[in-house]
Design a protein. Structure first.
Length: 481
């Protein structure tokens, strides 16, 4: 990043099989304790790290490459598409590797220790602007984006996987995801409020230099956050693994219809937010005619809305089935996105207020989405007797990265299609209309597609209560043999 099933499954949690945090622990029939506040915060710091560094890329990299570095919009689209597609493959391999990792810290935690510093260095290096001819500049941008994505995979896949082995109490899982995305929102808020002013302050008139220094600070904070997460969380669930090959694990997973349905949901779910985020700087600058200060405030207000939405996920998950909540959140987000198209964009307060409300509603689904992945993973373990959390989350990250590739490419391709000109003092009517569509109608259509895909999932509250009861019995049997 969850169901109301939290209350129902809380009873079955007392029969769950747990283990110590070390990788050589033997599962035993113990009660997994409720996670404390400090551990939930530590878990959230992992996504704080990803967003303080990579959130900058989502918000500003297309803008930086086109308006500062001087790449053509269609070439930026090609970079996003190539790297994200390759990155999606490495995610899947990383998940299988993490599942097989053995260390005194567990399967997933050590990767945050080993890869935090390389992650920070390569994130900062993406914003270096060598004064070369166009072709080498393009090659550098492509190469550094790819290398940075590799280290992002080496930290991000284990991080996403670890929630599935910290606890199997559904309320704690939702709570962890809420903490995760509130802290992710805090990181994005810092980025939105600080990057542009810092770039102007530190650059002394040199935008490229200013961005480099601001991103270097963000990357340093990212390193600290991953190390905090490593130190503060524990792996408690260490189920028995059958001695299967990586290929066998993948084949088993992809034969599972619910696993495939979840991948479809994941690939579609990334499109609404990232297409809108990729176009937001162009929207505030050209459509609303505002300066960088307003742009920062506008982005920050949306992030504040996202944080509030993530907080609201927990009470919704207690009261209702999270799968149904996630469905209706996407329907509501689509309707609100369509309504955004008809606003008076000369009224900045109205537009900002509407965007905050729209973001609050859409963000209720964010923690729910990631907890649903854990539910599908648990259901798969019950079917196969083999828990492959790394493969589960990495396969979903594969689809997420494919969605990111498509979203990033679409931003560049759509800007080119609508004849956006970065060097123009005024944009054409076609370009302005295209930018408006990218923050309203197009994300709304994507939300409807997500809602349709969610109907394929069968991991509702009642189903998952039964899954957890059966898993508890199965793990107890494994522990006594």
């Amino acid at each position: 990043m969850q169901q109301n099933a939290g209350a129902q499954l809380g009873a079955s949690a007392s029969a769950t099989v747990g283990a110590s945090s070390t990788s050589n622990a033997t599962p035993s029939a113990i009660v997994i304790p409720k996670l404390g506040l400090s551990e939930k915060i530590a878990y959230g710091m992992g996504d704080f790290s990803a967003n303080i560094a990579l959130g900058t890329a989502v918000l500003f990299l297309s803008y930086f490459y086109i308006d500062i570095y001087g790449l053509k919009p269609e070439h930026v689209g090609i970079i996003m598409l190539i790297v994200r597609c390759i990155d999606a493959v490495t995610d899947a391999l990383m998940g299988a590797l993490a599942d097989r990792t053995k260390s005194r810290w567990g399967r997933y935690r050590p990767w945050m220790l080993w890869m935090a510093v390389p992650f920070g260095i390569t994130t900062a290096a993406m914003f270096i602007t060598p004064d070369w001819d166009y072709a080498p500049k393009f090659a550098y941008a492509l190469g550094m984006y790819f290398i940075s994505s590799l280290f992002s995979t080496a930290t991000g896949v284990p991080y996403c996987s670890i929630n599935g082995v910290m606890t199997n109490d559904p309320q704690d899982r939702v709570s962890c995801q809420s903490f995760r995305f509130v802290l992710a929102g805090l990181a994005q808020l810092i980025v939105a409020l600080a990057v542009l002013p810092l770039a102007e302050l530190l650059g002394g008139g040199d935008k490229a230099k200013g961005f480099q220094m601001a991103i270097a600070i963000a990357a340093t904070l990212g390193v600290i956050g991953y190390l905090w997460c490593f130190a503060g969380v524990k792996e408690r669930i260490v189920p028995e693994r059958r001695p299967t090959s990586m290929w066998t694990d993948f084949k088993e997973a992809f034969r599972d219809g619910q696993f495939r349905a979840m991948l479809l949901v994941t690939g579609l779910n990334v499109l609404p937010g990232f297409i809108g985020s990729g176009a937001v700087m162009f929207f505030t600058t050209w459509v609303m005619g505002q300066d960088s200060t307003f742009s920062s405030i506008y982005i920050a207000s949306g992030i504040g809305g996202m944080m509030l939405g993530c907080v609201l996920a927990q009470p919704f998950a207690r009261r209702f089935c999270k799968l149904k909540v996630f469905f209706w959140v996407n329907i509501s987000a689509a309707l609100l996105s369509f309504g955004f198209y008809f606003l008076d964009f000369s009224s900045p307060y109205l537009v900002t207020a509407y965007n905050i409300f729209k973001t609050v509603v859409a963000s209720i689904g964010v923690p729910l989405f990631w907890a649903i992945i854990s539910d599908v993973d648990d259901a798969h373990e019950l079917k196969t007797g083999n828990k492959c959390t790394g493969i589960s989350f990495s396969s979903n990250l594969f689809c997420l990265k494919v969605g990111l590739a498509l979203a990033g490419a679409l931003v560049g391709f759509l800007l080119s299609f609508f004849e956006y000109d970065a060097k123009a003092t005024e944009q054409s009517e076609a370009a302005l209309q295209g930018i408006i569509l990218m923050v309203s109608i197009i994300p709304g259509v994507c939300n409807l597609a997500v809602a349709a895909a969610v109907k394929l999932l069968k991991v509702d509250r009642a189903t998952m209560a039964e899954v957890q009861r059966k898993l508890a019995r199965m793990r107890l049997q494994q522990a006594t043999h």
